[in-house]
Design a protein around this ligand. Structure first.
Ligand SMILES: NC(=O)c1ccc[n+]([C@@H]2O[C@H](COP(=O)([O-])OP(=O)(O)OC[C@H]3O[C@@H](n4cnc5c(N)ncnc54)[C@H](OP(=O)(O)O)[C@@H]3O)[C@@H](O)[C@H]2O)c1
Length: 259
């Protein structure tokens, strides 16, 4: 399927590995010019090379901390006019909610709510003027199904979701869409670090931790970043212009609700 975004500029934040990388790869395969981002220069360069070789697309790598104002300014300067924005960032480390100091709470809100809002504010008027814009926010399945220890992640992302629900309705008239993608359990470094943490704290084996996780997922497997990227690319397609203000769970059936 031709997604109708050949030549569009896509800014994919936090994309040197994992879900962000999955999105960058799928957008590059659809013919977009993609700006990828991370803080580790060597990993980012390797990823840029791999995506460019696999897709032939123009890939621009920007080493920057997306959670800081100067980092975001660097990203936006490198991108120029942004047609597609994929908001992503690292998530807060798991913690008992009692241990979250005021500073840690602020850092979580800054990273997972205020950072994506700042980027939306920066790109949205240009999208409206040009009558095309696609914004996808990578949030989390924990927005719909809270998980103990990830309370800050759930709360900050739910705040983002509510904020952008209103914004989406203010820009839909100009063919600018804003949607959320809510990952369940995907095979990335973040999940590996959660599992390593559980192994260290509870003295269980890797196999036990993985089995416990898979038992909660009807698909009985982790998701792959490529599957996530494909859904993202569709939401960014020309054809998806009538899908806005939605939050799509991609979790192998883990959320037990009907709607
Ligand atoms: N994987 C899952 O199953 C899952 C489930 C629910 C929610 N999520 C959320 O989805 C997001 C992506 O998760 P993931 O699993 O793909 O994580 P990951 O594999 O750890 O990858 C994170 C990516 O973000 C980059 N990054 C992190 N902090 C950054 C910053 N301040 N500025 C720029 N780049 C930054 C990392 O590169 P550098 O370290 O080099 O900067 C890396 O490329 C996270 O917010 C996570 O909480 C993931």
């Amino acid at each position: 399927m031709d997604l109708g975004i050949r030549g569009r500029t896509a800014l994919v934040c936090a994309s040197s590995q994992g879900l962000g990388r999955g999105c960058a790869e799928a957008l590059a395969a659809a013919g977009a010019r993609v700006i990828i981002n991370g803080r580790d220069e060597a990993r980012l360069a390797q990823t840029a090379e791999a995506i460019a070789a696999a897709t032939g697309a123009e890939i621009i790598s920007v080493v920057a901390d997306v959670g800081t104002a100067p980092g975001r300014a660097t990203l936006l300067a490198a991108a120029g006019e942004v047609d597609i924005l994929v908001n992503n960032n690292g998530g807060p480390p798991p913690a008992d909610f009692r241990e979250l100091t005021h500073d840690r709470l602020l850092a979580g809100v800054e990273a997972n709510m205020l950072t994506p809002i700042a980027l939306v504010q920066a790109v949205i008027d240009g999208m409206v003027e040009r009558r095309f814009g696609r914004i996808v926010n990578i949030t989390s399945g924990s927005v719909k199904m809270p998980s103990a220890g990830l309370d800050l992640s759930s709360g900050a992302r739910l705040g983002l979701t509510g904020f952008l629900a209103g914004v989406a309705r203010q820009v839909a008239h100009a063919n600018v869409t804003i949607n959320g993608l809510l990952p369940g359990s995907f095979d990335t470094a973040r999940i590996a670090s959660f599992e390593a943490d559980a192994i260290a704290k509870r003295g269980v084996t890797q196999e036990q931790v993985r089995e416990e996780r898979l038992q909660k997922i009807p698909a009985r497997r982790l998701g792959q970043p490529e599957e996530f990227g494909a859904a993202c690319a569709f939401l960014c397609s020309a054809q998806a212009g009538y899908i806005t203000g939605q939050n799509l769970l991609i979790d192998g059936g883990a959320f037990p609700g009907v709607l």
